[in-house]
Design a protein around this ligand. Structure first.
Ligand code: ZN
Length: 268
């Protein structure tokens, strides 16, 4: 199971929804194309190596998913044992941003250290986050959980770029949310860039089409440039945060459905 100390990066698909292109891309009418249905997938990510297990986000809570009419079938605490991981061994959780579909289930890991950008934490604990266009994308109880974790000294608030461990870099890009993070992970086969929601769909960078939910549009475009720059490096693979294409651009992990091995790119 330990892979002789090799580092493994996995995407776990835990939910899905059918939406439309017009709801997904900002000001879709600008492109003069007919609307169409598209699938949006929900993931959380696991980095596992000899030093332990790090979770990147924790998906959405079942009750929040039901209320918002998303299909879902697992949570991190249910999914990790199927990968041979005891949830109690998760020492660190990176919260890439504080939207509801990334902060659910944090309570499943009461002993984990939580890493989030200071800009993200400060924003969501400020009054402006209560305005409808922002509040629609967060769960108050989960922001409350982050506040409590901060009071318990379980939060690490980072700025700019932060080395989480050797070969694991957190990079603050903003745009989608005020302190959106991406995660760059060096593995034996190359570098995996977990874009989370700095890139929902590959089409955003491949056709330069911003996502519909955005705190800072120039920041979102700059984040696309950061991601494109990283992806142009040798043996470096970009992992979009909500794109069903993740499962075809990378190989499945054997025998476990809905788990994609991000160290096994099918393209490039
Ligand atoms: Zn999301």
């Amino acid at each position: 199971m330990a892979n002789d100390g090799a580092r493994e990066v996995l995407a776990i698909r835990f939910g899905t929804r059918t939406t439309t292109r017009a709801e997904s891309f900002l000001n879709y009418h600008l492109y003069n194309e007919p609307d169409a249905k598209i699938e949006i997938d929900y993931f959380f990510w696991v980095i596992r190596d000899a030093s332990g297990t790090t979770l990147i986000d924790t998906g959405f809570a079942p009750a929040a998913g039901d209320r918002r009419r998303r299909a879902w079938w697992t949570t991190p605490a249910q999914a990790l044992p199927t990968l041979g991981i005891d949830p109690a061994t998760v020492s660190t959780i990176v919260v890439t941003h504080a939207h509801w579909d990334h902060t659910g289930n944090l309570h499943q890991f009461p002993h984990a250290k939580i890493v989030i950008s200071a800009a993200e934490y400060d924003f969501w604990t400020s009054p402006i986050a209560g305005r409808t266009q922002f509040a629609a994308h967060a769960e108050p109880d989960e922001i409350g959980y982050l506040r409590a974790a901060n009071q318990e000294d379980r939060l690490t608030l980072i700025k700019g770029q932060h080395t989480l461990a050797s070969g694991i870099e957190l990079i603050e890009v903003g745009g989608h949310t005020p302190g959106q993070l991406i995660v760059s992970v060096i593995t034996a086969t190359g570098t995996v860039v977990l874009a989370s929601d700095a890139l929902h769909f590959y089409e955003e960078v491949e056709r330069d089409r911003p996502f519909a939910i955005v705190a800072d549009l120039p920041g979102m475009y700059r984040a696309y440039d950061v991601l494109t720059g990283l992806a142009s490096q040798p043996d470096t693979w970009l992992v979009a945060g909500h794109d069903p294409l993740v499962r075809t651009r990378f190989g499945p992990r054997q025998a476990v459905s809905d788990v994609t091995d991000l160290g096994a790119p099918n393209t490039l």
